[in-house]
Write a protein that binds this ligand. Structure first.
Ligand code: SF4
Length: 377
C-alpha cells in the first residue's frame, strides 16, 4: 500500500493495457477511495505492525479506523500463511519500498512482504489482498513488477535461483496462490516489456483501450471512450460510476450530452432484441410481453421487403405506389412473395421482473415467417 507512482505496479494492469489512461487519470478528479480502501489500508498497517514485532491485540485503530473482529481475522490468516517465511527476521521484510527505474525514473512500489532464502536462492514476494474480489497471481503485472524490483536489487549481492510471486487473499482462499519462475533470466527480461509499455504510455498519442482495466480506472468518469464506444461494447462494460453532474466542466457535460444518442440507440437495440426473442418464444428471465398482438398494426420487417412490394405490383393493376403499401392492402392485391415477412406490432411493452409463463399466453406470431431472398436482405 502507500503512495502511488503514475506508472506504479498497482495500476500496471491498466497502463499496460490502456496506455492513454495515464494522461487521462492525471486530469481526473481525485480518487477519494471508499470504505473498503480505508479498511484495506488499515489491515495492511496492522499486518506490518505485527510483522515488525508489534502486538495485534494492543493496536486498536489506524488513523481513526477502529479494527473489527473481521479485520483481525483477515490479518491473522494472512500472517499465518507467512509463518514459513518469518522464522528468521534477517531474511524477510514487510512494507518494502522498492525503486523501479527500469519502468521509468522515479517509479517505485511498496511490497507487502519479501523473503529470500540464502540456502536455496529462492526469492519470494507476496502481495496481501484484504478485499474479496479475487485476484490471481498468474500473469499479475503488479506482482511481476514487485518481483523485478526486488530481484534487480537483491541479485547485486545474492545469487537468485528462482522467483516465487504470491497472492495471499484471506477472503478468497486460506492459501497463497503462486506464479513461479525457475528461469530467472526469462523473468528478468520482463523488465524490458514494462519499460516499453511505460514509453508507450508516456507518448503524446498514447491510445485509450477499453477492457477489464476500465473497472478500477480513476479516469472512467471522464473517459470519452466510456461514452463514445459502440453500444454492444457498452453492454460488456461494468457500470459507469455515478457522476456528480453539477461538478462537471461544461466541456465534459458536452461530451456526455453527445453520448446520449449512443446510450439511447444502445437501449433501443437491447429492447428490440429482447422483444424479438420474446415474440419468437424465447424465455428471457424477468421479461415478458404485455398485451396481445394487434394484427391491424402489423409492420413490414425491413425496407427491402417494402421495396420488393412496391416494385413487384403488376402494371395492369393500375395503382401508382407513391409510398410503402400497407400489409393489409398488399395482401388484398397480391400474395405476399416468398421471403417477405411482416412483424407483430412493436408497440407492445416489455415488462420486467415478472417472468410470466410465456407458453400459456396467446400465440405470439400470427403469420408464417418466410425466408427473404438474399438479395432483399
Ligand atoms: S476507462 Fe478504460 S479506456 Fe478509459 S482511460 Fe480508463 S482504462 Fe482507458
Amino acid at each position: 500500500m502507500g503512495a502511488h507512482a503514475e506508472l506504479g505496479p498497482s495500476s500496471a494492469h491498466r497502463w499496460v493495457h490502456c496506455p492513454g489512461s495515464v494522461a487521462l487519470v492525471a486530469k481526473a478528479p481525485p480518487d477519494e477511495g471508499g470504505a473498503a480502501a480505508t479498511a484495506g489500508q488499515a489491515n495492511h498497517a496492522l499486518a506490518d505492525h505485527v510483522l515488525r514485532g508489534g502486538s495485534m491485540a494492543k493496536k486498536i485503530e489506524h488513523e481513526g479506523y477502529v479494527y473489527t473482529v473481521d479485520d483481525r481475522t483477515n490479518v491473522s490468516t494472512y500472517l499465518a500463511a507467512l509463518m514459513p517465511y518469518t522464522t528468521d527476521p534477517n531474511w524477510y521484510e514487510a512494507e518494502r519500498l522498492i525503486p523501479l527505474p527500469f519502468v521509468e525514473d522515479g517509479c517505485f512500489g511498496t511490497i507487502d512482504f519479501t523473503h529470500f532464502d540464502p540456502k536455496t536462492g529462492i526469492l519470494t514476494v507476496i502481495d496481501y489482498k484484504s478485499g474479496a474480489t479475487p485476484v490471481y497471481a498468474k500473469g499479475n503485472h503488479q506482482l511481476r513488477l514487485y518481483g523485478l524490483g526486488v530481484l534487480l536489487a537483491i541479485e547485486l549481492v545474492e545469487r537468485v535461483t528462482g522467483v516465487r510471486l504470491g497472492i495471499m487473499q484471506p477472503l478468497s482462499s486460506p492459501d497463497i496462490h503462486w506464479e513461479e519462475w525457475d528461469d530467472v533470466d526469462a523473468f528478468r527480461a520482463l523488465a524490458e516489456f514494462y519499460h516499453q509499455h511505460a514509453l508507450e504510455a508516456r507518448a503524446p498519442d498514447a491510445p485509450l483501450v477499453v477492457g477489464s482495466q476500465c473497472k478500477w480506472c480513476p479516469a472512467r468518469s471522464i473517459c470519452p471512450l466510456q461514452y463514445a464506444i459502440g453500444a454492444s461494447d457498452m453492454a460488456l462494460m461494468p457500470p459507469v460510476q455515478p457522476l456528480v453532474l453539477h461538478e462537471l466542466e461544461d466541456t465534459d457535460l458536452a461530451v456526455l450530452f453527445r453520448s446520449l444518442k449512443a446510450f439511447e440507440a444502445w437501449a433501443d437495440k437491447i429492447k428490440a432484441e429482447v422483444r424479438t426473442r420474446l415474440e419468437l418464444g424465447a424465455s428471457i428471465p424477468g421479461c415478458t410481453l404485455m398485451g396481445k398482438p394487434n394484427p391491424t398494426k402489423r409492420e413490414w420487417v425491413n425496407d427491402a421487403a417494402i421495396q420488393w412490394i412496391a416494385t413487384s405490383f403488376p402494371p395492369e393493376i393500375g395503382i401508382k405506389l407513391v409510398r410503402p403499401v400497407s400489409i393489409t392492402d398488399a395482401e388484398k392485391i397480391t400474395k405476399l412473395p416468398p421471403g417477405v415477412t411482416i412483424d407483430v406490432p412493436t408497440s407492445r411493452a416489455i415488462k420486467f421482473n415478472d417472468p410470466g409463463p410465456l407458453d400459456k399466453g396467446p400465440p405470439l406470431l400470427d403469420f408464417q415467417p418466410l425466408d427473404l431472398p438474399s438479395d432483399l436482405v
